[in-house]
Design a protein around this ligand. Structure first.
Ligand SMILES: Nc1ncnc2c1ncn2[C@@H]1O[C@H](CO)[C@@H](O)[C@H]1OP(=O)(O)O
Ligand SMILES: [Mg+2]
Ligand SMILES: [Mg+2]
Length: 281
């Protein structure tokens, strides 16, 4: 599998770049916006077109591989992570940003075998940054090695998180309560890029010390989780335990000291799992 993983990596990078070109072209034109699980969970024809392009290209090269794609799942396909080689795809991470031309939009492609992510590619289309990682072989941005921040003092840190797309008042309260707790630690700042994949790449790049969220999906974090761990960081559940990519909870941190401080501030809740039969919202 070692050499074939390099083939997968090279192909994932090529496909992500091609997908990124489609996203960039679409940014110049009109975007017809539709909604999914809620009035603020947006999707465009470009999301659907890019996912089709990625899946078709991969199928030509690897006909036996399986897929978990955000828009395929939205269209009713199963979201099941098996031991088989599986491509986990978010064609546009940051659709809300894409719709508003807010300049952080990514194509995220993870590749797992035996439920473990082996290859992660996140292409930040507008920054033209190609983040890549292979398990055990480090993380890179445009070919340059990535290293998480060395900061151990949470008071000197920036923490990334997202507001998500769930506007249920109880959920919003919990999300804000966690953010307030983190802000009051105090930390230097709290940030939201509007894309989970780019938030994770910011941790891997050492720009932010940690990113946490409850409510994102497996396609948002599959690739980014490997990029963080290969840059020397930790990827955990928000309770500090082992991460479960299908549980819709993640904490990516530069080190354990920062992770432990953040865990204490997060108000825990459990959204329906991605592999639950009714996975919507
Ligand atoms: N209104 C919204 N604001 C922020 N993120 C949203 C959102 N609606 C959906 N998301 C998704 O939730 C993830 C984590 O916050 C984001 O990466 C984004 O992925 P998406 O653009 O692929 O849907
Ligand atoms: Mg996404
Ligand atoms: Mg998306």
């Amino acid at each position: 599998m070692a050499d074939s993983l390099q083939t997968v990596m090279d192909y994932a990078v090529a496909v992500a770049r091609k997908a990124g070109e489609v996203v960039q072209t679409a940014l110049a034109g009109d975007r017809k916006v539709m909604t999914k699980s809620s009035a603020v969970d947006l999707v465009t024809q470009t999301d659907q077109k890019v996912e089709k392009l990625i899946i078709q290209s991969v199928k030509e090269k690897f006909p036996t591989h399986r897929f978990i794609g955000e828009e395929s799942v939205a269209a009713g396909e199963a979201c099941e992570l098996t031991n088989e080689p599986t491509w986990i795809i978010d064609p546009i991470d940051g659709t809300t940003n894409f719709v508003h031309s807010f300049p952080f939009v990514a194509v995220s492609i993870g590749f797992s075998v035996n439920k473990q992510v082996e290859v992660g590619v996140v292409y930040s289309c507008l920054e033209d940054k190609m983040f890549t990682a292979r398990r055990g072989r480090g993380a890179f941005c445009n070919g340059e090695p990535l290293q998480v921040s060395e900061q151990t003092d949470v008071h000197q840190s920036i923490i990334a998180t997202e507001f998500g797309s769930n506007r249920d008042p109880e959920v919003v309260d919990k999300i804000f309560c966690s953010m307030k707790n983190v802000l009051k630690l105090p930390v230097h700042g709290v940030r939201s890029a509007g894309t989970a994949a780019i938030n994770m790449c910011l941790v891997a790049s050492g720009c932010v010390e940690a990113y946490y969220e409850i409510g994102m999906h497996v396609w948002d974090i599959a690739a980014g989780s490997l990029i963080v761990s290969e840059a020397g960081g930790l990827v955990l559940d928000v309770d500090g335990g082992q991460v479960d990519l299908m549980s819709r909870r993640v904490l990516a941190a530069n080190n354990r000291s920062i992770a432990e401080k953040i865990v204490k501030e997060i108000v825990l809740f459990r959204p329906p799992r991605d592999d639950a039969l009714d996975h919507k919202q």
